[in-house]
Ligand binder design. Structure first.
Ligand SMILES: *Cc1c(COP(=O)(O)O)cnc(C)c1O
Length: 408
């Protein structure tokens, strides 16, 4: 399909606010059967009227769909809408965030290349870069997040790109995108930011000179803990080879899932605004709580990157990480005492979810290694939903009180 068709419907909305784009961008003004919603085109293939139409298509003139792995009308609307939100020229939607990450990375490297990634990137992304890529002769340097000198020093002639996240998991570290841009420009390397935790509502890295932005649509974009999805966004010349590889690797999102993604995005701005304000309140509540040792939230002035976050983000996000006083047994009693918050991985949905990184993502590491990675036994990551903030706070409070360390 000709590229300009992808974004022609987004340009109309480019001057409009993010809430408006989240609802309208990417859609044709009139739709099948005059439906207000974008239809789910549940098909795996598309029929040609006759051989003349095949000829018109293959000679590149006619814009139409051919086969499900190469595109679908519902998916096209989702891609355009995301591009409009992120301020990107082009977008590819994937079946999961990891499909977006791995396809993007594979499209950007050749044997002999090297990449640089920061150490608190998403665990599966780090694993892919540090172990799987090696099999194909791609080197990888993992540098400590926030050490810009180390980052600068790690870039070599063979470096294809710098990959990082902002905010990161679980400490919500914020990458200084001005510094990233300066380093990338000095070396002439590309940059990729996984912006899942921020969404385009809170942070728009392309405006800071980042080349590609990745999202796990499973989190805030879908927003209802009911789908897996992913996306990569950027300039068309960078997206084209990723789209080409995507067609071969085949991590395509199905049309029904795209519908749910579109539906979720309609309320993205509302949900994120609510999650920002709830998280701020919860963070302040926890910071004052006698059972809490330390709170990590970029909206709190004592967060190491509060200043950077305030400069380059328009909201501090819906995730709050904190360290509970006591020992592992007390943390377990805290988790087991929760009545509203669910103990579950993931974030960004309408339900408040809580995770205990030491026993989930890092369970197979030794305690010593976990502590080296900064994952203490008492660390908790809370991803607020859109419930009544007072109810979330009350649930945390009762569970914290019930799990006060017993006299030993
Ligand atoms: C969840 C997540 C991913 C992976 O996304 P999936 O949709 O689960 O494949 C990648 N990066 C970040 C920051 C995430 O939170």
């Amino acid at each position: 399909m000709a590229g300009n068709r992808r974004t022609s419907r987004t340009s109309r909305h480019a001057a409009r606010g993010l809430s408006t784009r989240a609802i309208h961008a990417g859609e044709d003004r009139s739709r099948y059967a005059d439906s207000i919603t974008t239809p789910i085109v549940q098909t795996s293939t598309y029929a040609f009227k006759d051989t003349a139409e095949i000829a018109a298509y293959t000679r590149g003139g006619k814009e139409r769909f051919e086969y499900g792995r190469y595109g679908n009308p519902t998916e096209l609307v989702a891609a355009r809408r995301l591009a409009a939100l992120e301020g990107a020229e082009d977008c590819v939607v994937f079946s999961s965030g990891m499909s977006a990450v791995t396809t993007t990375i594979l499209a950007m490297v050749r044997a002999g290349d090297h990449i640089v990634i920061t150490d608190d990137a998403y665990k599966k992304t780090l694993e892919f870069c540090s172990s799987y890529l090696q099999r194909f002769g791609v080197g990888c340097d993992i540098i400590p997040f926030g050490d810009y000198d180390a980052l600068d020093a790690a870039v070599r002639a063979e470096t294809a790109f710098i990959f990082s996240e902002s905010p990161t998991n679980p400490y919500l570290n914020i990458f200084d995108l001005e510094k990233l841009r300066a380093i990338a420009e000095r070396h002439g390397v590309r940059t990729v930011i996984d912006g899942t935790f921020a969404t385009p509502i809170n942070q728009r890295p392309l405006e800071w000179g980042v080349d590609l932005v990745i999202h796990s649509g499973t989190k805030y974009l879908g927003g209802h803990n009911d789908i897996l999805a992913g996306a990569v966004l950027g300039r068309r010349e960078l997206i084209d080879p990723i789209r080409a590889l995507h067609k071969a690797i085949g991590g395509v999102i199905d049309p029904h899932c795209c519908y749910l993604l579109l539906r979720g995005m309609k309320t993205l701005a509302l949900r994120v605004a609510r999650q920002n304000s709830t998280a701020q309140r919860v963070a302040e509540f926890l910071a004052d709580h006698p059972r809490v040792k330390r709170v990590y939230y970029p909206g709190l002035p004592d967060h190491p990157h509060h200043g950077i976050a305030a400069r380059q983000m328009s909201g501090f996000g819906g995730v709050v990480t904190f360290d509970v006083k006591g020992r592992l047994a007390d943390v377990k009693r805290f988790l087991d005492a929760l009545e509203l918050c669910y103990i579950a991985p993931s974030l960004g949905g309408v339900e408040t979810l809580i995770t205990h990184p030491a026993s989930v993502s890092y369970y197979n590491q030794t305690r010593k290694r976990r502590y080296e990675l900064g994952i203490t036994d008492t660390l908790i990551r809370l991803a607020v939903g859109i419930e009544e903030p007072d109810d979330i706070i009350a649930d945390l409070d009762q569970a914290l009180r019930k799990s006060a360390p017993r006299r030993r």
